[in-house]
Ligand binder design. Structure first.
Ligand code: SUG
Length: 449
């Protein structure tokens, strides 16, 4: 019998974004050293309701543009488990009363809604890039800041629940000293398209073995270990060091000074420490990636200070379902004329087709722009159908979450209010009703006791 030779199956990969739903305890605690906005806005009054609605509106924009959109749930805050581990005991109210008297800073830390910045959730590698042909995910240990380091256990559980059928989920890297990992915020993938194998750029602050006063959140050793355990093809993996001046000016993550999507790579002139390493990388990408487009922002046009306060490059560059590229800027960039002149020529000078602006001011005031609020992955359509659908959004679900936010969230919150035990009750009630709305059962520890 004659052999029937079918056409080679073309795999099409689509982008999916998971945003961190902004939790009811969003506040300006001033917890992140090296993060200019967090330090500047310490002890301002936040509006958690507006924050969550702004985040949900950004998700709606992506849905409207035909992209897949999911959410990560807010974490259980206050996180009493940590306080119990530290020796506090009694009822929730007793514990909150005790810690608010003895250690206000600890109270702020266990109340932080920082899990909203989903770019720091994990590092993702596509099966197209892994030698074992599997998708890989490593939850970030977020070891540099106490309030963020307490995210990793719940993150690991959520990643297993959401992506367990489509990816190998690794354990976070051990939380030792300077061996920090801040996830996808320090990782770029450049490829001819989402459906083609890509080049990986891991960006780090330096070696964990080199002591420095500067807070360097991503250690070279961690980036390298992720590359190994994700079984990436070493010939296509690059490690670039963040420019130390950029870190000291407030670029605590690389996604504040550079970004990439498919064949587009944009960086500030001072994003990376070593120009020779960067030039070598650009040469390789030019030679191997179809229509590769590198755009460098000169310091003379937009200096680091303006770049960091506008968050121009913390924008979300996405490929829509019609394969057109869209960039989503935080509305703050419109206050900077130098950013405006650069944006004006963007669609002519690059493969980017359209530009949008979002108002996410509540998150921005803590140093979280459009790119910080989302975790991005690429999957084949049949894999997307294996992602736990409870976490996937449509307009109807977003409206129901908005209604729940409207019912439970405060519109004013000062860090002093964290001492009020009724905030704990309100927060847990919201999370409980949210898990009911999404049919998730009991996933928080307060639901299990
Ligand atoms: O880790 N802010 C976050 C902002 C994270 C931004 N993420 C990316 N660039 N991908 C951080 O510094 C501030 C919390 C406070 O001060 O209350 C905070 O954690």
């Amino acid at each position: 019998m004659a052999k029937i030779i079918g056409a080679k199956k073309v795999m099409t990969f689509k982008e999916i974004n998971f945003d961190g739903l902004i939790g009811p305890t969003h506040n300006y605690g001033g917890l992140s050293e090296g993060n200019v906005a967090s330090q500047k806005n310490i002890d301002q009054v936040s509006n958690p309701k507006m924050a969550a609605l702004q985040g949900l509106q950004k998700m709606e924009l992506l849905l409207d543009e035909g992209l897949h959109q999911g959410i990560f749930l807010p974490h259980e805050r206050p996180y009493l488990k940590i306080l119990k581990d530290l020796g506090y005991s009694g009822s929730g109210t007793e514990i909150i009363n005790d810690v608010s008297k003895s250690n206000k800073l600890l109270l702020k830390n266990i109340y932080s809604a920082s899990s909203m910045w989903a770019a720091n959730t994990a590092t993702f590698s596509s099966k197209l890039d892994s030698l074992d042909n599997k998708n890989h995910l490593t939850p970030a240990n977020l070891n540099s800041m106490f309030h963020r380091s307490i995210e990793k256990d719940f993150v690991t559980n959520q990643l297993n629940d959401i992506f367990g059928q489509v990816a190998s989920i690794h354990q976070p890297r051990p939380p030792i000293g300077a061996f920090g990992d801040e996830g996808a915020a320090n990782h770029l993938r450049v490829s001819s398209s989402h459906s083609k194998e890509g080049f990986q750029v891991f960006v780090h602050g330096g070696s964990a073995f080199e002591y420095d006063k500067l807070v360097k959140r991503q250690a070279l050793e961690i980036s390298s270990s992720i590359s190994k355990s994700h079984k990436l093809d070493e010939t296509k993996v690059f490690f670039l060091q963040q420019n130390q001046e950029a870190i000291s000016e407030g670029s605590f993550h690389n996604d504040i000074v550079s970004l990439a999507n498919e064949n587009v790579f944009i960086a500030h002139e001072k994003a990376f420490e070593n120009k020779a390493d960067l030039n070598q990388l650009i040469g390789i990408l030019k030679a191997n990636v179809n229509n590769f487009s590198y755009l460098e922002i000169p310091d003379a046009l937009i200096n680091l200070k303006d770049l960091v306060s506008s968050y121009l490059l913390n924008s979300q560059l996405v490929t829509k379902s019609d394969n057109q590229m869209m960039i989503i800027f935080p509305s703050e960039v419109q206050e900077y004329s130098n950013c405006g002149s650069w944006i004006d020529s963007l669609t002519e000078n690059s493969p980017i087709d359209s530009i949008k602006y979002v108002d996410i001011r509540q998150s921005m005031m803590n140093g979280g722009g459009p790119a910080c609020l989302r975790f991005r992955a690429t999957f084949e359509e049949n894999e997307i159908s294996k992602i736990d659908a409870s976490y996937l959004m449509d307009h109807h679900k977003i409206q129901s979450i908005k209604d729940l936010v409207g019912k439970h969230y405060r519109d004013k919150l000062h860090p002093d209010d964290l001492a009020d035990p009724s905030l704990m009750e309100e927060s847990y009630l919201f999370l409980d009703e949210l898990t009911e709305l999404l049919n998730l059962g009991s996933i928080y520890s307060f639901q299990k006791t």
